[in-house]
Design a protein around this ligand. Structure first.
Ligand SMILES: C[S@@+](CC[C@H](N)C(=O)[O-])C[C@H]1O[C@@H](n2cnc3c(N)ncnc32)[C@H](O)[C@@H]1O
Length: 193
């Protein structure tokens, strides 16, 4: 966890204080949590990966390392300060940065010529958002996932597990103790129709 430079921790904390409800955390994810998230991705099966709520891009970096040279990565981020940071930090032709809420994913996918998504990797703090918004975003993810694709999300508590089971069916859970605070990674596979 000590690898995140102090200035990045400070910038993240400043954005959290400005809008804790949508940032949902006071520190970026640890490398242990980032690795646990991206380990659920099979690079051979990943043609289109979508990251929701990248913040300053801590998980994005791990995703780009894991992805093939021809895999596309689309990011949805609502916070303009984080969007600016990501645009400055990454220069990668696989990346498309979208400054909009994840609930509007459909319009952007159509514009980008995307027909299905193989993996959603989400850090959106659903625990602090209205239930109707959580339902809209997760149902849209389920609609856009190909059969066998995965929705991957982290949380600091298991409270929403029953909700994910209702949307996606069976949910796999991995505990990640080395994070502030300790987290769980949930992974849901889209069922065949
Ligand atoms: C807990 S931070 C995660 C940041 C980073 N991915 C990490 O793991 O440290 C949550 C991020 O979700 C973003 N966010 C919140 N609501 C969103 C929405 N509806 N669509 C896209 N991003 C959203 C916030 O702006 C914030 O950057």
């Amino acid at each position: 966890m000590g690898h995140i430079p102090l200035h990045r921790r400070f910038h993240f904390l400043r954005e959290s204080i400005r809008d804790l409800r949508s940032t949902g955390s006071v520190a970026p994810s640890s490398r242990f949590l980032c690795r646990a998230m991206v380990s659920k991705i099979d690079p051979d099966q990943a043609n289109v990966v979508v990251e929701l709520g990248p913040g300053d891009g801590v998980i994005t970096r791990f995703l780009l390392e894991r992805m093939r040279p021809d895999t596309r990565l689309l990011l949805f981020e609502v916070n303009h300060v984080f969007v600016k940071k990501i645009r400055a930090a990454f220069d990668d032709p696989r990346l498309t940065i979208i400054h909009d809420s994840a609930e509007n994913m459909g319009a952007h996918f159509r514009e980008q010529g995307i027909e299905t998504v193989d993996y959603f990797v989400s850090a959106i703090p659903f625990m602090s958002l209205p239930e109707s918004l959580i339902a809209r975003i997760t149902c849209r993810c389920n609609d856009w996932l190909r059969a066998g694709g995965r929705f991957i999300q982290f949380h600091y508590s298991p409270l929403l597990l029953p909700f994910y089971r209702r949307v996606f069916g069976p949910v796999a859970v991995e505990w990640v103790p080395f994070n502030i605070p300790p987290a769980i990674v949930i992974s849901c596979e889209k069922r065949s129709l």
